[in-house]
Ligand binder design. Sequence first.
Ligand code: TXA
Ligand code: MG
Length: 354
Amino acid sequence: MYKTQILKVKQKLIRENRIDEIKDTEAIRTAAKYILNNQLVAFPTETVYGLGANALDNDAVNKIFVAKGRPADNPLIVHISNKRQLLEIVEQSISEAANKLIDTFWPGPLTLIFRKKEKIPAVTTADLSTVAVRMPSHPVALALIEATELALAAPSANSSGFPSPTKAVHVYNDLNGKIPLIIDGGICNIGVESTVVEIKENKIEILRPGAVTKEMISEVLKDGITVNLVSESEKNKPRSPGMKYKHYAPNTPLWIFNQDKLKRLLKDSKINNKKTVIVATSQTAVHIKNKEIKAELIDMGSNDNLAKIAYSLFSLLRDIDQRDFDLVLIEEVPSKGIGEAIMNRLKKAATKII
Ligand code: TXA
Ligand code: MG
C-alpha cells in the first residue's frame, strides 16, 4: 500500500508549453526520482492520463500490470520525447511512410508499431517482437521523459476494463493506495487514447482509431498506400491484443441507441421502470426535452463537434457511475473523423446495441 500523493503543475506553465520550467517543478523532480527508483507515476498526456514506468526495466513494468490488474498479454505503449530515443529501441530502419507520419503527427496522439530491440523486456511488449511507440505532445509528459532520460512504458492510468482517466481525480479513484504519485496537470485536451497504426509495405492498418484520423493519415501519404481501419471481425483474432478485452466500461449497463429507435425506446415499459439516463447529442436532445419522460436527459453536445464529445466522453461515463442509475442509453454518433474513435470505445463499453 502506498499513500498516494498528488502534485500539481500550474496550468499557466502547461498552456504556455514551458517544458524547461515544468522540469524544474516539485512535481516533476519528485516524479523523476520515483521513476528512477523503478516506481510508478501517473502523468497527464494530451489524450488521457498514463501510468508510467521505465520501459527497459522488467520489475518496474511488472508493477504497472499489478497496479492496473491488466492481463499480461496486453502490450504497453512506450513514450519518448525525441527521435533519437526511437532509434535506441527499434530494430529496423525507419521507412519513408513512418518518417512522414512522424514528421507530421509527432509529438501528438499517434502510436506506431516497430520491430523491437532486444533490450526492451518481454513484459513491456507482452512477448511480441514489436513495440508500440508514441511521442506525446503534453508538456508535462515531455518534461517527465526528459527529466528521467528514459523511455516510459505507459498504459492509460485506469483500473483495467474501466474508462480511461482524463482528470487526476479519475486516476486517484481507481489507483489510490496502489501507486505513490499522480501528477495533476488538469483535464486532458483530447479525451480518447492515441491512434495505433501498423505500417506494412503499401498498407497502413489502423489497429485503434483515435484523434489522428484515417483521413488525416491518408492525406500525408503518397498515392498507392492504402489506409484501413482493422475491422470488427479481425478483432476476434487480435492484432492489437488490447482489443479483445472488454474496455472503457462503466459499472452501469450501457446501451447504444440510434436516433430512429428513440420513439420506441421512450415508450418501452422495461426501460421506463428502470432508473435510466439518456445521453443524447444536442440534435436529438431538443426533441426529447419537450416530451414527458421519466428518464434523466444529458446533452453530450452537437454532432457537428465530435471532438468536444470525445473530450468529455470518459468523464461523463465516470460521473454517471457515481450516481445510481440502472441503465445508460447513449446515442450513436457518426463514424467519421474522431467519431470513429468514439464509436470504437462505446461499442466496447456497451452491453447492448439497439
Ligand atoms: O493515448 C494513449 O495511447 C494512452 C496514453 C497514456 O499515451 N495510452 C494507452 O495505452 O491508451 P493502453 O495500454 O491503454 O493501450 C495501448 C494499446 C492497446 O490496445 C495495445 O494492445 C496496443 O496499444 N499495443 C501496444 N503494443 C502493441 C504492439 N506491439 N502491437 C499491437 N498493438 C499494441
Ligand atoms: Mg487503456
